[in-house]
Design a protein around this ligand. Sequence first.
Ligand SMILES: NC(=O)c1ccc[n+]([C@@H]2O[C@H](COP(=O)([O-])OP(=O)(O)OC[C@H]3O[C@@H](n4cnc5c(N)ncnc54)[C@H](OP(=O)(O)O)[C@@H]3O)[C@@H](O)[C@H]2O)c1
Length: 344
Amino acid sequence: MRIIRVALLGFGNAGKAFGELLIKNEQRMKEELDVKILVTGVVTGTRGAIIDEEGINLRKVIDDLTETGRFSKDTKGLCNMTTKEVIQEANYDVAIEITPLDVFTGQPALEHIIMAMKRKKHVITANKGPLAHEGKYLKALSKSQNIQFFHETTVMDGTPIFNLVEETLPFCKIQEIHGILNTTTNFVLEEMAKGKTFDEAMTEGRKRGFVEADPSLDIDGWDAAAKLMALMNVLMETNLKPQDIHRTGIGNVTAEDIAAASNEGKVIKLICKGRFEGGKPVGIVEPVSIPLKDAYASISGTSSVVSLVTDLMGTVTITEHDPEIEQTGYGIFSDLIRLIKKTQ
Ligand SMILES: NC(=O)c1ccc[n+]([C@@H]2O[C@H](COP(=O)([O-])OP(=O)(O)OC[C@H]3O[C@@H](n4cnc5c(N)ncnc54)[C@H](OP(=O)(O)O)[C@@H]3O)[C@@H](O)[C@H]2O)c1
């Protein structure tokens, strides 16, 4: 049986959801893929690291974290190695980068990924920052290092976009991308259309867990811009950063704007668009009034949508309906399965 060693760089909500799937599917992976996954490294920002070449007991680690927020002191392999030490020194085949996003630099995840790739380790990430800043470079580096690099979870959790293009749209050139990619703004605009003020919509969103304590990255369009850049840099081979594009958030959208749109049979959505103009890549994130009969008008709550305009297959549109954390875990898990199959 093939053994694949995995190092988890970051182990928060996404990591735990992925870990649950790994535990649940352990037997099936053995039977169907003849593979045993050994998690040999887990590293966090403030809770220390665990290194165990024989395989970390993921069930215990998840339970301890859930119950106490910490690794229990009796955890085998518990140590104070830094993330960089783990990347450089641990024994693993695949690094899974799931540290928090820095939308303005992509760091430290970008450096983590480059370090792992330079050691010729396969990489999976759910963090869109590195792709939004250096997606083209990372794709080229993974190719030159002859390793696999998958990142399905970065834009729409486990909903296939990158994998769909790479596996099922051969020879297609992606000419344009559009979508509704940020769920917080989608939720707030929808609540405002129902008659709530901006502040009331934000309060409701916080109550229901859609709105972060600091929502500015969503409201100002940074999160949407980073997702658009991740898509453009990989699928259209552009070399842009979130700071390079035209970005208008929803902070200035008023109840009057929404009522005026409604009177015309329209609804306001934060729309992302990427295309080439005169040979140059252009990215736009801005609130747009769209007709109620447009399919995008029905994208509600935490759902999102992406349309890929291709030369050979026309326009392909993919919708993700009301994702939960399990779909984030599945995105990482599906990348791992793809990696196993690609390296058989
Ligand atoms: N949650 C989702 O639904 C979702 C969906 C798609 C994509 N993503 C992406 O997935 C990534 C992880 O999200 P999450 O929700 O799991 O975040 P999270 O719950 O905040 O967990 C982040 C983890 O990274 C650790 N960490 C922080 N800095 C680190 C460092 N320098 N080195 C190693 N570990 C470090 C944290 O440890 P401490 O807690 O000890 O600091 C924690 O274990 C993010 O980039 C996010 O954008 C998340």
